[in-house]
Write a protein that binds this ligand. Structure first.
Ligand SMILES: NC(=O)c1ccc[n+]([C@@H]2O[C@H](COP(=O)([O-])OP(=O)(O)OC[C@H]3O[C@@H](n4cnc5c(N)ncnc54)[C@H](O)[C@@H]3O)[C@@H](O)[C@H]2O)c1
Length: 318
């Protein structure tokens, strides 16, 4: 299996570590930063490129991991799909919905395996929670993403590159809630630009309300001004059911009379890559829990939330 990367910054390291654990070698890497491309290619003893089209033409990879900032998404994934590669794309899939839709069409036309890096879907606690809520009516879902901006990633704080915290980071929480409660129809949002707007040029604290198509309601609070324990968390409520899913590894709460206190091992980072490689080998998209088309729906929710922040009105998810 010829594996290649487009973008070899922070999260690519995580994917590379999982591939190494799976005894998979990487044939080529591309990064627009020449030094980064050369350094990582040297470390992996593979070919390095600064132009992804060059890499696709010369290496003809079976698998391409795309791990670039939201606003950088243009035709890279489309080009890789048209070159016949199976695709693993870091979340969020893009910043622009038209880019995402064009890419979704190109992937569908290629018929190749596609997966997006929503690792929480692959965690032990998601598996356990899915079993616990099966067949039950969930009326409400809450989530939070509380963190600090990373000084090593100044682009996170620039709305024009990251799309803001909701699109870039809290997308994990929106995606997690969609997994349990289904599609979001409308959103309402409030934001506050606090003292940290020296790091972020957008509201660093936000509250988003959600109305799901099945009638359930939800809310997601986010900040990039304070990192706390269990800052990445989701809560699910239904009749005689409350589950608190914290940082990918712990569920507490109850279902009927039963108290739930479950600790998982696998946070999903490794399993998402392991399962993707299995799906590619079997050419079986049903092994994927986070397809590109599904991830476009999570992008649509965060774009609607961004519109609601700006307009102050209830916005419909496209
Ligand atoms: N848990 C997660 O799922 C998780 C965690 C971190 C980041 N991410 C996502 O991964 C993506 C990348 O984030 P990161 O933290 O790795 O950022 P990063 O800045 O560390 O790395 C991005 C790399 O992409 C390169 N790049 C930019 N445009 C390119 C292009 N057109 N062609 C080739 N290379 C290009 C940059 O030079 C850089 O080396 C983002 O969408 C981010 O949201 C996901």
């Amino acid at each position: 299996m010829q594996i290649a990367f487009i973008g070899v910054g922070g999260i690519a390291r995580n994917y590379l570590a999982s591939l190494e654990k799976l005894n998979r070698t990487v044939a080529a890497v591309c990064d627009i930063n020449e030094q980064t491309a050369a350094r990582v290619a040297g470390e992996l003893n593979c070919h390095g490129y600064t132009d992804h089209r060059d890499m696709l033409a010369r290496e003809n990879p079976d698998v391409v991991f795309v791990a670039i900032p939201p606003a950088a998404h243009d035709t890279q994934t489309i080009d890789a799909a048209q070159a016949g590669a199976n695709l693993f794309v870091a979340k969020p899939v893009a910043m622009d919905i038209d880019v995402a839709r064009r890419t979704q069409d190109a992937i569908a036309a290629s018929g190749r395996i596609n997966q997006v890096g929503y690792m929480a879907r692959y965690s032990d606690i998601t598996e356990r929670a899915k079993a616990l809520v099966k067949g039950r009516d969930l009326g409400m879902g809450m989530g939070r993403f509380l963190t600090r901006m990373s000084p090593s990633h100044p682009w996170w704080g620039k709305f024009s590159v990251s799309g803001g915290q909701l699109l870039e980071q809290s997308t994990h929480v929106f995606d997690w809630l969609r997994l349990f409660l289904g599609e979001v129809e409308t959103v309402q949002a409030f934001g506050h630009a606090g003292p940290d707007n020296t790091i972020a040029d957008f509201e660093d604290s936000t509250a988003v309300n959600l109305k799901f198509a099945n009638g359930a309601v939800g809310s997601v609070v986010s900040t990039c001004s304070a990192r706390v324990k269990d800052g990445f968390m989701t809560e699910l409520c239904g009749r005689d059911l409350y589950l608190r899913l914290a940082m990918d590894t712990h569920i507490s709460g109850y279902v009927d009379q039963e108290e739930i206190d479950f600790h998982g091992q696998e946070r999903g980072y490794f399993r998402q890559v392991e399962q993707f490689i299995s799906a590619v080998e079997a050419q079986d998209q049903s092994l994927v829990r986070s397809s590109y088309a599904d991830a476009v729906k999570s992008l649509s929710v965060t774009l609607a939330a961004n519109r609601a922040l700006e307009s102050g009105r209830v916005e419909t998810v496209e």
